[in-house]
Design a protein around this ligand. Structure first.
Ligand code: GDP
Length: 439
């Protein structure tokens, strides 16, 4: 139902499907919460009209002694679980993690998808920790170190996230697996950020060539990822470090969704004469990697997982369209690469929304089913003990009626006997009086 309800009219806007699923699930849990509140009220002996059903009044019921403490506690536990789940899924999001060697263009690709230069990028800049970009309702963005609620000025982003930051005593030392959260306004003066607006969270990782600690990276940041994007450099082949990371990921997560972007395709196209042959070669290797080595997709799916793009061209043309730069860098063949980038975004959005609905909301959906099942059992056993109590009361009532009937029979007999006796007495008295008179 969740998938069907959220599919209506949103096939062209896959990201909206996630938000709709969130809304549908919110409604389901809202109703469940009302029902539990009603049941809890009845169990505690409150009048039902203080509960969720409006305009429906029943007289106050006394604390129901046929509801056991366990049954009451179970309903209270369900009420608490509902509250926790409702708080959790409001925070649920669609998460994409970007990987690749330093300077392959991860930050540029993320910025291109955000239509804005949010992350620092450039040859001299090396990200030393995980940078997580997420939407903020506020007008001004800020940074946060992992769970620390203290807000840090956005201006510090270049310094804290930079590989050299731990040498600077003024700034917190950031380990490779630490997380710097970048809260970027969903709505800026340059326009709306569609991905952030629709609950997409983007994670940029330190380059896989920087002596990576893959296992702690994966455990800390990737277990809840819906999609992985490997940004590769089209001018070289995949390194063992890049492959190792994904081999570890596919061991820890069942069938992760992996996209490969052959970035800097503009540079390759400009420098290579037999570009189509080079493309075929890359395609063969990447197919082998995804289908045979990682076993994360089929031969049919793999064509929608590998793209040849120029993130720099796309970013610059999007910045120009927003009036943020005067000139945009474009090399020969940029139109085809721009279409390929859009094609990647379309498949990426479909995939991340499907995966997030499946993994995140289906678990909540299953929990709702379990809770409804528990409530049904709980209510059934209360009804059974109420029925037992009623039949006990009925028995008592029958007993009382029988006794009363006996009393009535006895009384009738007594009344009859009394009447007979008085008649007899009266007759005897009458006889005696007559005799006395005649004597
Ligand atoms: P990261 O370390 O993987 O995050 O890489 P960056 O995004 O910082 O990019 C490193 C450098 O490569 C920057 O100077 C970018 O402008 C440049 N770059 C990124 N993508 C492209 C591309 O598609 N084409 C070209 N020619 N340069 C790119």
């Amino acid at each position: 139902i969740l998938v069907k309800n959220t599919r209506r009219g949103t096939d062209n806007e896959p990201l909206l499907r996630f938000r709709e699923a969130k809304k549908v699930l919110g409604d389901v849990y809202g109703e469940l919460k009302d029902n539990v509140a009603e049941l809890e009220g009845v169990y505690k002996g409150k009048s039902i009209n203080t509960c969720a059903i409006e305009n429906f009044k029943t007289p106050d019921i006394k604390e129901n002694d046929f509801v056991s403490i366990e049954q009451r506690e179970e309903i209270e536990a369900i009420r608490d679980s509902i509250k926790t789940i409702m708080d959790t899924f409001q925070r649920d999001n669609m998460k994409v993690v970007f990987f690749g060697r330093t300077s392959n263009g991860k930050s540029t690709t993320i910025n291109a998808m955000l239509h804005e230069k949010v992350l620092p990028q450039g040859m001299g800049h090396t990200t030393c920790c995980f940078l997580q970009v997420e939407g903020s309702e506020e007008d001004v963005g800020h940074l946060q170190l992992d769970d620390n609620p203290q807000k840090i000025d956005m201006k510090m982003l270049g310094k804290i996230g930079h590989a050299l930051s731990d040498e600077n005593s003024d700034l917190p030392a950031m380990g490779q697996d630490s997380l710097l959260r970048v809260f970027h306004p969903k709505q800026t003066e340059n326009g709306e950020c569609r991905l952030l607006q629709n609950d997409v969270v983007i994670l940029d990782s330190p380059g896989v060539d920087l002596s990576p600690e893959f296992d702690s990276w994966i455990d800390k940041h990737c277990l809840d990822a819906d999609v992985f994007v490997l940004v590769s450099n089209a001018e070289s082949t995949l390194t063992q470090a890049e492959k190792n990371f994904f081999l570890r990921v596919s061991k820890k997560l069942s069938k992760p969704n992996v996209f490969i972007l052959n970035n800097r395709w503009d540079a390759s196209a400009a420098e290579t004469e037999n570009i189509e042959d080079v493309k075929k070669q890359h395609l063969t290797r990447f197919r082998q990697f995804l289908v045979d080595e990682l076993e994360v997709c089929s031969e049919r799916e793999v064509n929608d997982r590998i793209f040849f793009v120029s993130s720099r061209e796309v970013l610059e043309s999007r910045l120009k369209a927003r009036g943020l730069v005067q000139k945009a860098y474009q090399a020969e063949g940029h139109g085809t690469r721009a279409l390929e980038f859009q094609n990647f975004e379309r498949h990426f959005e479909q995939c991340i929304s499907r995966s997030a609905i499946h993994t995140k909301f289906e678990a909540h959906n299953r929990r709702a089913h379990e809770m409804i099942g528990k409530m049904r059992l709980n209510l059934n056993s209360v009804l059974t003990s109420a029925a037992e109590q009623r039949s006990k009361l009925q028995n008592n009532l029958n007993e009382a009626t029988r006794t009363f009937n006996e009393c009535r029979v006895n009384f009738t007999q007594f009344e009859k006997a009394y009447r007979e006796q008085t008649e007899q007495l009266r007759a005897e008295v009458h006889l005696k009086v007559s005799a006395d008179f005649f004597e």
